[in-house]
Write a protein of this length. Structure first.
Length: 289
């Protein structure tokens, strides 16, 4: 029986490290990173329509518009498949948003990837998963890893992916009350852009960092304060271009015990900070579709 509706998670990610190894002629940056998927996610519900309309709703009113990544992904796939399938391709889409925006957790990219994979299944497209990932790259450099649905070592601008199996860990993720614009960080003259490329063994030996972290700490005092606070309990690092920071723990209870110590009524540079605990996963629900 053909599916007429589907509900799927759109997981968050962490960059366990981020090295920028050069700047390309097109303005993009070459990088190395490890994408760690988490069991903390947004949720999207898709239902087929008999016409070609794309109707989107969201529990976050600021995203309830036609210029978000979910709608853009749906339109991109619709335009790609329409000529070959020669029938109306429409859907009702609802997003339950949980992943903080502008936090380096990949929420928008993950939502876009889930949209591509889910609608491709509902519309019975014939693209390969690699072709869907290439389509996702038009929407953002982080979209392909979510389309493939597996934690990965990444190079290029983030689209050259090698799946990795990481040891299970629990992550305490803190998100300061500030929005860091990725474009601002990557265009900043003080950003480190000449890191030497490393191998996986160097990362596993702890010889890595986030090249964006020093600059973001300087520009955003709330990120600096979050890292200082979390570093009291475990080695802490920023994910992506921020604003979220994280620390890894072997036991969930350890991570939750630290989260419980976060001041409930934070003031100063910790004001408005939020946190959650999530388990690292090697594969998401998309990997089996």
């Amino acid at each position: 029986m053909t599916d007429t509706a589907i509900t799927l998670p759109a997981p968050a990610k962490l960059n366990l490290f981020l090295h920028i190894t050069g700047r390309r002629a097109d303005g993009y940056h070459n990088l190395q990173t490890v994408f760690q998927l988490l069991d903390y996610s947004d949720e999207l519900r898709f239902s087929l329509r008999s016409d070609d309309q794309l109707r989107f709703t969201c529990n976050d009113r600021s995203l309830d518009n036609t210029d978000n990544l979910v709608v853009r992904a749906a339109r991109l796939l619709q335009g790609t498949l329409q000529e070959a399938l020669q029938r109306p391709l429409g859907a009702d889409i609802h997003l339950d948003k949980h992943i903080p925006a502008g936090a380096g957790l990949g929420g928008g990219s993950s939502d876009a990837a889930t949209t591509l994979v889910a609608l491709h299944r509902l519309w019975q497209g014939q693209l390969t998963r690699a072709a869907l990932a290439d389509l996702g790259l038009q929407l953002g450099a982080d979209v392909p890893v979510f389309v493939m649905g597996h934690s990965a070592w990444a190079e290029g601008i983030g689209e050259d992916l090698i799946p990795v199996t990481l040891d299970p860990q629990y992550f305490l993720v803190l998100t300061p009350a500030c929005h860091v614009a990725t474009a601002t960080i990557f265009s900043h003259q003080q950003l480190t852009r000449d890191s030497t490329a490393i191998k996986m063994c160097a990362f596993l030996a702890g010889q890595s960092r986030n090249d964006c972290e020093a600059l973001v700490r300087k520009l955003y005092p709330a990120v600096d304060a979050a890292l200082n606070w979390l570093s009291q309990f475990a080695p802490a690092r920023m994910t992506g271009t921020g604003s979220s920071v994280f620390a890894a723990f072997s036991e969930e209870a350890q991570a939750r015990a630290v989260l419980a110590q976060l001041p409930a009524e934070s003031s100063g540079s910790l004001a408005g900070i939020r946190g959650f605990v999530a388990k690292g996963i090697n594969a998401s629900a998309l990997s089996t579709l």
